[in-house]
Design a protein around this ligand. Structure first.
Ligand code: FE2
Length: 429
């Protein structure tokens, strides 16, 4: 074999034998997962019982804006509206080369964080389609070690921005994978519904997936997710449609939501929440109590709806922080959704791994024979510890090859009568 990872603890979502397992890898695929694998490999890594997970998957990102922090100025108020204005100021100055360089730098960070698949929305409201060309180039460049999925995103509105639908169709023709939208940003509710119909019909005709920014608003009457579910159902697109953000659901009437959740479930529409961004941008016109704006994650999971968490932004006009760490995203999601029960905490880890992979449509994702040999050795014993510590990614394997290593986080202590080192893990005598 090419590589064997020995003594790996697997996440709950992986069907596993009791106790640690060895993972055998050959020709970029996992070929064996069993205790005490009796085979030899050119390289062996001892995980010492640490958690070995399939890679992190970011189901919602904006790679065309990432790492543009401070260009041409910082977002002084930190609000969504100033972020939109700032993006408008930056857009005319974007060059393909700068876009590619920033995106590649972000992909380096992502790999080091064990984040090996990203669905990124790309603004198509620019007749030059500069960002589309740049990100298609980035997709080609990182393909040997990373999966990028691009969404054609009419950021200024499909109907509101002149020529947006034509641009979107051109972007799809150039190789963009998924159809995006932003119904709540259209001029009227009716236009929003019409944009959903047009985009879903186009996607169905082309056999493509749909992922819309949907109801990213505090307005409880922003109900485009209902139209999205109805169109997904009508067009037979179950399992191929996602609503991103869905923050208006935070503010909706409970009785209405009791009808909406089964409708989403029936239509096979997935939800992608973006906890870091939703809680910082929503509720800004509230005094107190202040709404947090994250969609109804535990209720959706209980209703059988697929839910992933996305990072959305890193160092861009809307968000000054972030480093490509999906454990930080899961950690924030867990807190905001109050998902502190033991099963709920594991569900938050799934939201940045298996659930996201399913929504993106990956068929060979996981730790089982036949899956792609993409995995991460974490300096944690289980998923909860991984989120608590935002654990170091000791080893990142992509396509069967080690692509990144990080040291474990350790602090040296100089205290009389106390240990000389701490690793922040619970040790009991
Ligand atoms: Fe977004």
């Amino acid at each position: 074999m090419d590589l064997i990872i020995r003594r790996a603890a697997l996440p709950r979502s992986a069907a596993q034998p009791h106790g640690p397992v060895d993972i055998g890898i050959e020709h970029g695929r996992i070929v064996a997962v069993e205790p005490k694998l009796s085979a030899a490999a050119r390289e062996e890594i001892d995980a010492h019982g640490s958690l070995v997970t399939p890679p992190f998957v970011d189901a919602h990102f904006h790679m065309d804006a990432t790492l543009s922090y401070g260009l041409p100025r910082v977002n002084a108020s930190g609000t969504l509206l100033e972020g939109i204005a700032l993006w408008g100021e930056l857009k005319p100055h974007l060059t393909q080369q700068a876009l590619v360089e920033r995106a590649l730098q972000y992909c380096d960070w992502a790999v080091a964080r064990g984040l090996l698949a990203i669905r990124t929305h790309v603004d198509v409201c620019d007749a030059r389609l500069l960002a589309v060309e740049a990100l298609l180039e980035v997709k080609r460049r990182v393909a040997p070690y990373m999966d990028l999925q691009l969404v054609a995103f009419p950021q200024d509105g499909l109907l509101r921005s002149q020529g947006a639908f034509e641009n979107l169709k051109r972007a799809i023709g150039m190789g963009v994978d998924v159809v995006g939208g932003i119904p709540h940003f259209e001029r009227t509710m009716a236009d929003g519904a019409e944009s959903v119909r047009l985009l879903c019909e186009f996607a169905a005709q082309k056999g493509l997936r749909v992922d819309m920014h949907c109801d990213e608003s505090d307005d409880p009457m922003s109900r485009h997710v209902e139209t999205l579910a109805a169109q997904a159902h009508r067009l037979g697109m179950q399992g191929r449609v996602a609503g991103s953000h869905l923050t208006s659901m935070h503010s909706m009437d409970n009785y209405y939501v009791s009808k909406l959740l089964p409708l989403m479930r029936e239509a096979g529409v997935a939800a992608i929440a973006n906890p870091l961004i939703n809680i910082t941008l929503q509720g800004r016109s509230d005094t107190y109590p202040k709404r947090r704006g994250m969609t109804r994650v535990p209720e959706m999971l209980a209703a059988g709806i697929d839910v992933a968490f996305g990072h959305d932004c890193v160092m861009d006009p809307w968000y000054s922080l972030g480093s490509g760490d999906m454990l930080e995203v899961a950690h924030m999601g867990l807190h905001v959704a109050q998902m502190t029960g033991i099963d709920a905490m594991h569900a938050c880890f799934d939201a940045v791994t298996v659930n996201a992979a399913r929504i993106l449509g990956f068929e060979r994702y996981g730790i089982a024979p036949g899956c792609d040999a993409n995995l991460v050795v974490l300096d944690a014993r289980d998923a909860v510890e991984a989120m608590r510590l935002r654990a170091a990614r000791l080893v990142v394997v992509s396509r069967g090859k080690v692509v990144s290593r990080s040291p474990a986080a350790r602090a040296a202590l100089s205290l009389e009568g106390r240990p000389t080192e701490v690793d922040f893990k619970l040790h009991r005598a």
